[in-house]
Design a protein around this ligand. Structure first.
Ligand code: HEC
Ligand code: HEC
Ligand code: HEC
Length: 435
């Protein structure tokens, strides 16, 4: 009898808890609008929204390879399965043409679509939740000013139970802190602007911070380094492994132009970020650099032996001239470096067409060889629009896995002066499988 009443009580508590959870998880639909009513007229606001969209990388995620900008359909691989970005052009059937401003702002901040369904955090609303009303409204005005494109994203490839959007309510309860940005009055306006952009629209931590097993950012380890699409997004600030510590001037240059003579160029997913930042108000980029620089510097790890390129103005040297002067190494990795890499990386040609001395590259100093291996396998392809971009041949077809491992060990120990990485062979195999 006693046991029965305990069980009943437990059941009752469970039922109330379940109902509470459902109530919490429930989000109401927001009524559709007449698509024509939202067409923006305020051109100043639209222009501001366009710049904010670049800061938020909206088109980078919401454009499929070769597809119309903002029309969605880009496959985003996550550790849990593939998620497709959606169409955010104002098409009434397949895009957000029937979304009111209120519905859009709710999506940006709470990760809920117009019909009340929870959205996956592959959409970085855990950052966008900090965006101000004014900025959210400008983004809406900009998106509504685009030409509508008819296009639907393929269904997501997620396993049960993750394919049930209601489960996201639990994730949000645990990990989503819905709060607007609050300025720190003890800091100046530039610092606050920079922090607002870095933590909010710029969602820098989405790649540069580690994530837990449930895919949420570890707030206590902000900017300690993370992973993005098979690339390492290095630690920033005090934990930065960069051989030359980053300062405000270097960060400003790198973010605005995608390269810096002592740090090399932005690669992989970071290249999209700097492409976008090259088009926004330089004052915003400079504010981000100012804030990031305030997070502290890593330790200097350059040895005096590393030649620091002086930048443009140096006489270009003939490719191969340097390589010929390097004695052929007995170390198999060193021999490959001398023949395949030194002509460009010790040629003394300035960026973007020369390569940095590899002893300066964070790729050699970081805790994993992932980015070095990606670069050696794929190289850096020429830009599709004919602009002057660095080019590096890929070596995936000419070097075997063993040779790439030897090369990585040589670069790590001889040029970066560090102990060997663990698991280089596995990292090479993984990177090839991902290519
Ligand atoms: C890192 C990739 C990424 C970035 C950056 C990104 N989005 Fe998204 N967004 C997504 C994905 C993926 C979804 C779909 C999520 C889902 O299906 O649950 C999405 C969904 C949305 C939705 C909901 C649309 C719908 O039909 O349900 C809106 C609105 C949206 N994004 C707007 C934006 C805006 C505005 C920006 C820039 C400020 C932006 N996104 C930047 C990945 C991204
Ligand atoms: C045809 C010239 C060329 C050759 C050959 C070449 N590279 Fe590069 N490499 C470049 C250029 C240009 C860049 C972009 C500028 C930069 O970031 O250093 C680059 C970038 C890199 C980077 C990224 C540096 C950074 O942090 O920005 C690494 C690592 C790298 N190369 C490694 C190698 C290795 C290893 C080899 C030999 C297997 C090699 N490269 C051969 C031209 C070359
Ligand atoms: C989509 C993922 C992604 C986002 C978003 C992103 N980064 Fe990166 N970032 C990377 C990756 C990957 C690298 C390493 C690739 C490289 O160095 O070429 C990188 C490299 C960097 C570096 C160079 C570090 C070093 O030591 O070489 C800096 C600085 C940087 N990011 C700053 C930022 C800032 C600031 C933001 C936000 C405005 C940002 N990143 C947003 C992925 C990202």
């Amino acid at each position: 009898m006693k046991l029965r009443s305990v069980l009943l009580a437990l059941l009752a508590v469970g039922a109330i808890g379940g109902m509470g959870a459902l109530l919490y998880a429930w989000e109401s639909p927001i009524a559709p609008i007449d698509p024509r009513s939202a067409r923006a007229t305020d051109t100043v606001m639209v222009r501001r929204g366009a710049s904010l969209a670049l800061l938020g990388d909206c088109a980078t995620c919401h454009t499929a390879t070769g597809g119309a900008p903002y029309a969605g359909g880009l496959a985003m691989p996550t550790p849990f399965g593939t998620i497709y970005s959606t169409n955010i052009t104002p098409d009434p059937e397949t895009g957000i043409g029937r979304w009111s401003e209120q519905a859009f702002v709710r999506a940006l901040r709470s990760g809920v679509d117009r019909e009340g369904r929870h959205l996956y955090p592959a959409f970085p609303y855990d950052h966008f939740t900090r965006v101000t009303n004014d900025d959210a409204n400008a983004l809406y005005a900009f998106l509504m000013s685009l030409d509508p494109v008819r296009s639907s994203a393929p269904p997501n490839g997620l396993p049960f139970p993750l394919n049930i959007r209601l489960t996201l309510a639990g994730w949000k309860l645990l990990f989503l802190r819905q709060e607007r940005f609050v300025a720190d009055p003890s800091k100046d306006a530039k610092w606050n602007r920079g922090k607002y952009l870095v933590d909010g629209l710029g969602h820098c931590g989405a790649c540069h911070s580690p994530r837990n097993l449930m895919g949420a950012e570890e707030i206590s380890a902000s900017f300690q380094g993370g992973v993005a699409e098979g690339w390492r997004a290095y630690a920033l600030g005090r934990s930065s492994p960069s051989p030359v510590p980053w300062d405000e001037a270097a960060l400003t240059d790198y973010l605005a132009r995608g390269s810096h003579p002592q740090h090399g160029t932005a690669q992989g997913p970071m290249a999209n970020v700097t492409d976008n930042l090259s088009l926004v108000d330089p004052a915003d980029v400079s504010a981000m650099a100012y804030y990031l620089a305030s997070l502290g510097k890593g330790e200097a790890r350059t040895s005096a032996k590393i030649p620091v390129p002086k930048g443009p103005g140096r006489l270009p040297q003939v490719a191969g001239a340097q390589a010929a002067t390097l004695p052929l190494q007995s170390d198999p990795g060193g021999a490959i470096y001398g023949v395949a890499c030194a002509s460009c990386h010790e040629g003394g040609r300035p960026l973007p067409l020369g390569g940095v001395s590899l002893g300066l590259s964070t790729a050699l100093a970081d805790e994993t060889p992932a980015n070095l291996i990606n670069l050696v396998l794929r190289g850096i392809p020429a830009s599709s629009d004919g602009s002057a971009r660095p080019i590096m041949s890929g070596f995936g077809d000419v070097l075997g896995d063993r040779q790439i491992s030897d090369l990585a060990n040589y670069l790590r120990t001889q040029l970066a002066g560090k102990t060997r990485w663990d698991g280089v062979a596995k990292a090479v195999a993984d990177a090839r499988a991902n290519r």
